[in-house]
Ligand binder design. Structure first.
Ligand code: F6R
Ligand code: ZN
Length: 186
């Protein structure tokens, strides 16, 4: 039997994903209206500024039961007003679907919020491992001066529900106060 070369790779130090079935997406400040508290500060910034990029390997169509997706999120450093750059954040469409995140490089926070709005924050650093249970919204925040690079693995039928957070959003915001990152409740 032939021993095949793996059809894809992830670089352990950078999180890069290459090979077959790799998708790329990015979010710019212009696409993140309503996400940061200081909307005036956001709209005064260059809308083409890239806030985060996601590489994912999706070998089955989105929605396929039982499959897995693998991805790397690269969240650039920066702030809107005094609020650190962060991902939009989402619940999974299939609410019970869990996910794993792990820190690859950089430092930041993972915000978790249950459906009742009870929020916790976990420090993300190289090697930190984060189990995101079902029924839990999740958002990454880059509180450092370099890229925050985070790996992820989630179900191909998990889906994303951004709408549930579109109104009030996360109950907690991560802002800089006196040179350090603090979590402030709404
Ligand atoms: C997948 C997942 C991550 C995020 C990525 C971007 O379920 O949690 O791959 O999709 O970090 O964040 P969002 O999707 O919130 O824009
Ligand atoms: Zn997710």
């Amino acid at each position: 039997m032939n021993i095949e070369k793996s059809p894809a790779r992830t670089e352990l130090t950078t999180g890069q994903v290459t090979g077959t079935d790799v998708l790329y997406s990015r979010k710019t400040l212009g696409q993140l209206a309503g996400v940061f508290a200081d909307e005036a500060a956001r709209s005064a910034m260059d809308p083409d500024t890239v806030v985060y990029e996601v590489l994912s390997r999706q070998t089955v169509p989105e929605g396929t039961p039982g499959g897995l997706f693998f991805g790397t999120s690269i969240l650039h450093p920066g702030k809107v007003g005094n609020e650190y750059f962060m991902t939009k954040g989402h619940f999974h469409q299939r609410r019970e679907a869990a996910e794993y995140y792990w820190g690859i490089s950089g430092t930041g926070m993972l915000l978790l919020s249950d459906e009742a709005g009870r929020c916790t924050a976990q420090a993300v650093e190289p090697g930190s491992l984060h189990y995101i249970p079902g029924f839990t919204a999740h958002r990454l925040v880059n509180t450092g001066a370099e890229d925050l690079v985070v790996g992820a693995c989630w179900g191909s039928d998990a889906g994303h529900d951004y709408g549930a957070l579109a109104g009030e959003g996360f109950p907690v915001r991560v802002v800089e106060r006196g040179g350090r990152a603090v979590c402030e409740e709404r």
